[in-house]
Ligand binder design. Structure first.
Ligand SMILES: *[C@@H]1O[C@H](CO)[C@@H](O)[C@H](O)[C@H]1NC(C)=O
Ligand SMILES: *[C@@H]1O[C@H](CO)[C@@H](O)[C@H](O)[C@H]1NC(C)=O
Ligand SMILES: *[C@@H]1O[C@H](CO)[C@@H](O)[C@H](O)[C@H]1NC(C)=O
Ligand SMILES: *[C@@H]1O[C@H](CO)[C@@H](O)[C@H](O)[C@H]1NC(C)=O
Ligand SMILES: *[C@@H]1O[C@H](CO)[C@@H](O)[C@H](O)[C@H]1NC(C)=O
Length: 464
């Protein structure tokens, strides 16, 4: 509890002196007090601005020189973007957990700390179960702004002419938050170009954007199989998590048994949602110091690791259908350009979920640490690359851009959340490898990775 005590001492100091600087080491006076110090640990409940902080100043800022094509001749000929929906309300399940915690706080006998009294007397439980994960206004803006930034970053592809000409295609998951994100992305473009005389279609395609619901083997072996997440459960019952729960119980002055792991999670969500939805640094955030937040982040990362990523091979293989969809479009665009035809589908925008993006990123080999995440290696994993807070905030996006650099020199550039990344295993070619080298690198997946085959439930051969 030392940090919490230190923070309230700082708070006291601020009140009596009226000066908001302080002498402690864990509060940076440069930091924006509107932003919770723990905001970079919100996992899939994090703001997009936290992974690209320059957007806090200017939400439409882009820096085209990050693309760094190898020659001035390079022209963009096709772009595919796989994008997560924008900021949303909590799901019904999480609202229920948040209510339980709120009731505990209401019934507790808190000390005279101001922020605790604020939680008890002023803060109102405004989340309702019928919010059901719907897109919020901030989520509408996430996609509108992303659309405008991408049109500035790729002006020859995401252009008014291409949109009007039908060269930009939209595909979405059927979930309302994804459909609304798609509508928002389109509105970002039509408002930018003042297009009022045309409307643009989108296709709803759950086979592509919610493949995880259709993959029997994934459903049986992982999604509906409690033993698939034993590492997550062990961590939630383990010493790091227990310490976080006990600290919250101490602050709220309730018995340790009153704060379950679900309630600690609910408190963390309350802080995250108040910030993502309303840009408010709420008193809920003060229940956690930075290490507590890292523990909560790790619990989330563990869950995603075992349920959607490297934990089981079928997790990434369930995205084979989307993988082939993306690469067949690249192939078609490459062939069209090579044979002197116009590229018919210049841009494809595909809107889905964190659960859509993560298996695909995994299949492509991104964020593959040498050691798996387990219930016992929280401390050893502090430098892991597998961080959902960095990978999967609201409106997270994987973009693949095909370039023709002259004389049939095709290149493929991957960007994650608008930053160039390198295909794992192709690092020697920096961020714009030769397209044939990418095909060669993924040849086993391109020749195999058949959704139907991978997702079948095999019968193990009887033991001899
Ligand atoms: C834009 O990106 C380039 C290359 O990464 C960098 O050198 C430059 O400082 C950036 N400019 C701004 C304004 O951020
Ligand atoms: C609340 O705490 C104070 C001081 O710790 C104590 O005097 C009081 O009896 C407590 N009230 C209840 C309802 O537990
Ligand atoms: C999302 O779409 C539904 C209809 O599908 C509409 O009722 C709702 O208002 C939309 N929400 C937002 C935030 O645009
Ligand atoms: C193929 O790409 C190159 C480079 O952008 C471009 O000059 C050429 O016009 C393209 N061909 C067609 C038919 O679009
Ligand atoms: C991830 O890394 C492990 C070894 O560290 C390797 O065996 C595996 O093939 C990698 N997975 C992918 C998809 O690249």
């Amino acid at each position: 509890m030392t940090t919490a005590l230190r923070k309230s001492a700082v708070f006291y100091f601020t009140i009596i002196t009226g000066i908001s600087s302080c002498f402690c080491t864990d509060v940076n006076p440069e930091e924006n007090p509107e932003i919770p110090a723990i905001a970079k640990y919100f996992s899939t409940k994090g703001r997009y601005e936290e992974v690209n902080p320059y957007l806090i100043e200017d939400i439409l800022a882009v820096n085209r020189s990050i693309l760094q094509p190898p020659s001035a001749q390079c022209r963009q000929i096709h772009l595919t973007a796989v994008i997560r929906h924008g900021t949303r309300y909590p799901t019904t399940k999480n609202v229920k957990k948040m209510k339980k915690l709120y009731d505990v706080v209401q019934g507790s006998n808190v000390s005279n700390r101001n922020w605790l009294r604020e939680l008890q007397n002023q803060w109102r439980m405004w989340y309702t179960e019928d919010m059901d994960g719907r897109l919020v206004q901030k989520g509408v803006n996430d996609h509108k702004h992303l659309a405008v930034r991408l049109s500035k970053l790729f002006p020859s592809l995401i252009s008014e002419e291409k949109l009007r000409g039908g060269f930009i295609k939209f595909i979405t998951s059927s979930k309302h938050r994804c459909v609304n994100s798609t509508l928002s992305f389109k509105a970002g473009l039509t408002e930018l170009w003042h297009i009022k005389d045309m409307e643009f279609d989108h296709a709803v395609n759950d086979a592509l954007m919610r493949f995880f619901d259709k993959c029997t083997r994934f459903l049986e072996e992982v999604d509906n199989n409690p033993s698939a997440v034993t590492e997550v459960e062990k961590f939630k019952q383990g010493p790091e998590m227990r310490r976080v729960q006990q600290k919250i119980a101490d602050i709220l002055n309730v018995p340790y048994s009153a704060i379950t792991d679900d309630m600690a999670e609910a408190a963390f969500y309350l802080c995250a949602y108040e910030f993502a939805i309303k840009t408010v640094n709420s008193p809920w955030c003060r229940l956690f110091d930075e290490v507590d937040a890292q523990v909560m982040e790790y619990a989330n990362d563990l869950k995603h690791f075992w349920k959607r990523s490297y934990g089981y091979d079928i997790n990434s293989k369930s995205s084979c259908i989307l993988f082939h969809d993306v690469f067949s479009r690249l192939e078609k665009a490459a062939k069209e350009n090579m044979s002197g035809q116009q590229v018919a589908e210049a841009v494809t925008v595909q809107v889905g979920h964190a659960e859509t993006l993560l298996p695909l990123l995994t299949l492509l080999g991104f964020f593959n640490d040498s050691e798996p995440l387990t219930s016992t290696n929280f401390a050893a994993q502090t430098r892991r690359s597998f961080r959902t807070s960095h990978m999967l905030p609201y409106a997270a996006n994987l973009i693949l851009v095909l370039y023709d650099c002259g004389g049939g020199d095709l290149r493929l550039q991957p960007l994650l959340n608008e930053k160039p990344v390198t295909f794992p295993g192709l690092a020697d070619q920096a961020s714009m490898p030769l397209y044939p080298d990418v095909l060669q690198h993924y040849r086993d997946l391109l020749q195999g990775c058949d959704f139907e085959t991978e997702c079948q439930l095999f019968k193990q051969p009887a033991e001899v």
